[in-house]
Design a protein around this ligand. Structure first.
Ligand SMILES: Cc1cc2nc3c(=O)[nH]c(=O)nc-3n(C[C@H](O)[C@H](O)[C@H](O)COP(=O)(O)OP(=O)(O)OC[C@H]3O[C@@H](n4cnc5c(N)ncnc54)[C@H](O)[C@@H]3O)c2cc1C
Ligand code: FES
Length: 250
């Protein structure tokens, strides 16, 4: 994995989230691909030791953006960085863009890759609709920013995490009117979308297994999959992070 320095063009902090845009003239990211990121502090103190994975949230031809929830050491350092980030090329396999119509379903910070996906679908004139869960526990600023980033999305407020996937899917309604469903959200949402849609339409799910090397060598990101009738494991960093729902063995 080759890392390069990239100039930070803008940083917007809202609650415990960060929208970070950096100059990017490398490979064009595909929706659902991710990048590995670290800050310059690594060079001085190997801190943090591992890069952190983030979906490419957006790309406009000159800059790429990340939508980050600040959780621990790596993301806190990222939030404090003003000048540049150290970032990989876009990695992994993203969403396969068909002919539509497509339902984009997501929740939490995992909605991130759906922005680039909707931009790409719009660019190709492919009809699509967005359904995004907004948990009541999220800071108000989060809901405001999500509605600004996804102006055409149907935002679904939820107050019970256990019933959130059910509520989200009720809003999506009859899945048979779509040719594909692309989902990126909490595991419970991905599992519910898989259960509800698998036999009716093509379903693609973006998983978020933790990653260390992101090049297939550590096997830390293994996900259970069906292969040739048997259950085995695939490495999400090179075979994913987007998988066909029927391939995932959960
Ligand atoms: C393919 C991929 C894409 C991702 N895209 C995004 C994104 O677009 N935006 C975003 O905010 N985050 C994303 N993540 C998660 C992000 O990588 C982690 O939140 C980040 O690495 C945390 O780093 P940290 O040093 O701040 O926190 P750490 O100290 O490493 O962890 C803080 C807390 O977060 C938990 N955590 C760390 N990674 C994950 C994970 N993958 N799933 C669930 N819990 C986790 C830890 O268990 C711990 O409780 C993605 C992860 C993957 C694998
Ligand atoms: S992160 Fe090391 S094999 Fe996927």
């Amino acid at each position: 994995m080759r890392l390069q320095r990239a100039e930070i063009l803008s940083r917007e902090r809202f609650g415990n989230h960060l929208l970070l845009r950096y100059r990017w003239n490398g490979c064009i990211p595909q929706p659902g691909q991710f990048v590995m990121v670290r800050t310059r502090s690594f060079a001085a103190a190997l801190d943090p030791f591992l890069c952190r994975p983030f979906f490419v949230h957006d790309y406009d031809g000159e800059s790429a953006a990340l939508l980050v929830e600040i959780r621990g050491r790596g993301t806190s350092l990222l939030a404090g960085e003003e000048e540049e980030v150290v970032v990989s090329e876009p990695l992994g396999r993203g969403f396969d863009i068909g002919n539509g119509p497509v339902a984009l379903v997501g929740g939490g910070v995992w909605v991130s890759p759906l922005k680039l996906l909707s931009r790409r679908l719009a660019g190709r004139g492919i009809p699509h609709e967005l359904y995004l869960e907004i948990p009541s526990t999220a800071p108000e600023a989060y809901g405001d920013v999500i509605s600004r980033i996804f102006p055409d999305a149907d935002l679904v407020p939820t107050d019970d995490p256990e019933r959130a996937p059910e509520k989200l899917l009720a809003r999506v309604g009859d899945l048979s009117r779509y040719s594909a469903v692309c989902a990126s959200g909490p595991l419970s949402t991905l599992a519910a979308v898989k259960r509800a849609a698998c036999e009716q339409v093509c379903v693609q799910l973006a998983v978020r297994e933790r990653m260390a090397c992101a090049n297939g060598s550590c096997h830390g990101c293994a996900v259970p999959v069906w292969d040739g009738g048997g259950r085995t494991y695939a490495r999400a960093c090179i075979s994913g992070p987007v998988f066909l729902a029927e391939v995932l063995a959960w």
